[in-house]
Design a protein around this ligand. Structure first.
Ligand code: FAD
Length: 441
């Protein structure tokens, strides 16, 4: 419940905004457009509250992680609040009455804010829209640079709101101004002051290993103090300032155990940064680390657990396995699925950990040879009978074998989403399903 309270607070703030506008309506008798202006301002106010929350979340407030379930989940909320604000922006523009003959400064500022946000948000949503994705081929870094300007248009929108005349709603307008201030301060923190206030810890790359022909294991040692105490399964942001391409901060799970005196990250070559890292990163280079973040922690789950790793999603589980001593206090079935045998990394280490820990059972799947892993198989292995499922989606009596299990997943998003749905059908309570989100965009 606590992990959902952040999202709940945002919903409450939106509802409160509506209530404030309804309880303290504008006092403009005789104005013929008052109703449209009133509705338009309510919509505009909600969009400002949502954008402000979104800007606040991008400051990466570590203290807020427990209220969202980790920084990776905060980025999902960031994405949802910005998308909702973006959609509301259109409705706001269509609703407020605009005089085409008597345009004022406020109207021009509104246009600048609208077009600026549109230009920034379209490349974000384009990859998810089949037609647009073919037209846009922007990299994540390109998108991120563009994304940095969003606050400028938020501030333009703020100035636009100050120019609003003819709407006498002192309390509601002042309530919204609070969010403008929070949003603006958050933006300035993210883009200007944060670099002076955040803790960036210098490390040295001690070794660079290649467990297969597309993966790099980077071993890093602190130059002086190491990052604050971390838990197994957390992630960090790292950049390597001596190389122009590698000087961009990227998130990676810490695959070493917290008690090790070095930090290890294991990185799959998948795009510009990670491919360049595979061929150019060398021992002796500097690394700058921020973190650790995240709340993907098996120790907080129940006694019976199922871990599912797809491809490079094995990294948090490597950290779990390296962290556990011989007396594992949970019964774990660990499913590690990759397409081909060559893709599976640290297999010997995982299997030898299973030999030492009788409560850890490892199931390796090479999907090109043995077919894809399914939730039905997992249910069967846990003692359930998937064939007893009726046509009613809520009736999966065979899956009751899993109702007390906690599920931990990390892997390709479509796999994680499909498995989550199936596990819920198999009567696993939604709050028992935990996953690490590898995609921030
Ligand atoms: C919490 C978390 C933990 C991760 N752990 C691992 C790990 O242990 N091993 C691993 O190989 N990969 C991990 N990733 C994924 C890794 O961050 C991306 O694969 C990598 O940043 C891709 O960068 P690229 O330039 O090579 O690829 P691109 O093709 O440019 O990017 C591919 C996708 O990666 C994401 N991405 C790229 N750059 C960034 C960035 N600076 N910040 C946030 N997201 C970005 C975006 O969603 C983008 O669409 C993790 C991601 C997250 C969010």
């Amino acid at each position: 419940m606590k992990q959902k309270s952040g999202n709940f607070t945002i919903i409450v703030l939106v509802l409160l905004t509506i209530v404030i506008w309804l309880v303290f309506p504008p006092k403009n008798p005789g104005n013929e457009n008052i109703m449209r202006a009133y509705v338009g301002e309510i919509l505009g106010s909600i969009l400002i509250v949502l954008m402000s929350c979104s800007l606040f979340l991008s400051t990466r407030p570590k203290w807020a992680e427990p209220f969202f379930g980790g920084l990776d989940k905060m980025y999902i909320t960031h994405r949802r609040t910005s998308t909702s604000a973006f959609l509301l922006m259109f409705v706001h523009v269509l609703t407020v009455p605009i005089s085409t003959t008597n345009l004022r400064l406020g109207n021009y500022l509104a246009m600048v804010a609208f077009l600026g946000i549109l230009a920034i948000v379209l490349p974000t949503v384009a990859p998810r829209i089949p037609f647009l994705s073919k037209l846009t081929n922007s990299t994540y870094e390109g998108w991120k640079k563009l994304h940095r300007f969003i606050g400028i248009f938020f501030i333009t929108g703020f100035i636009h709101s100050l120019t609003i005349k003819g709407l006498d709603a002192f309390i509601a307008i002042n309530w919204v101004q609070i969010f403008f201030i929070i949003g603006t301060a958050s933006y300035l923190y993210t883009e200007v002051f944060g670099r002076f206030l955040r803790k960036y810890v210098p490390y040295t790359v001690e070794a660079v290993n290649h467990p297969n022909n597309s993966t790099t294991e980077v071993v890093m040692r602190a130059k002086k103090d190491s990052i604050q105490k971390q838990r197994a399964g957390q992630f960090l942001f790292v950049r390597f300032p001596q190389d122009k391409i590698l000087n961009e901060s990227h998130p990676f799970t810490i695959s070493s155990a917290p008690r090790e005196d070095v930090l290890r990250v294991t990185i799959k070559a998948s795009g510009d940064f990670t491919r360049h890292l595979f061929s150019h990163l060398q021992a002796g280079m500097d690394a700058i680390i921020e973190g650790a973040y995240g709340m993907f922690d098996y120790k907080t789950g129940g006694k019976k657990q199922i871990w599912v790793a797809g491809g490079i999603g094995v990294t948090p589980f490597l950290s779990f396995i390296r962290d556990m001593d011989r007396n594992l206090s949970h019964d774990v079935d660990f499913y590690y699925t990759v397409r081909h045998r060559e893709e599976a990394i640290f297999l010997d280490e995982i299997e030898s950990a299973a030999k030492k820990n009788p409560r850890l059972k490892v199931h390796i799947r090479f999907s090109s040879a043995d077919g894809s892993l399914t939730v039905d198989e997992i249910v069967q292995n846990a003692g359930g009978d998937p064939s007893t499922r009726s046509h009613r989606p809520d009736d999966f009596s065979g899956g009751q074998a899993l109702s007390g299990h906690h599920i931990y997943m990390c892997g390709p998003l479509p796999m994680v989403q499909a498995f989550e749905k199936k596990f819920i059908e198999a009567q696993v309570p939604a709050e028992n399903i935990h996953y690490e989100e590898f995609n921030f965009r």
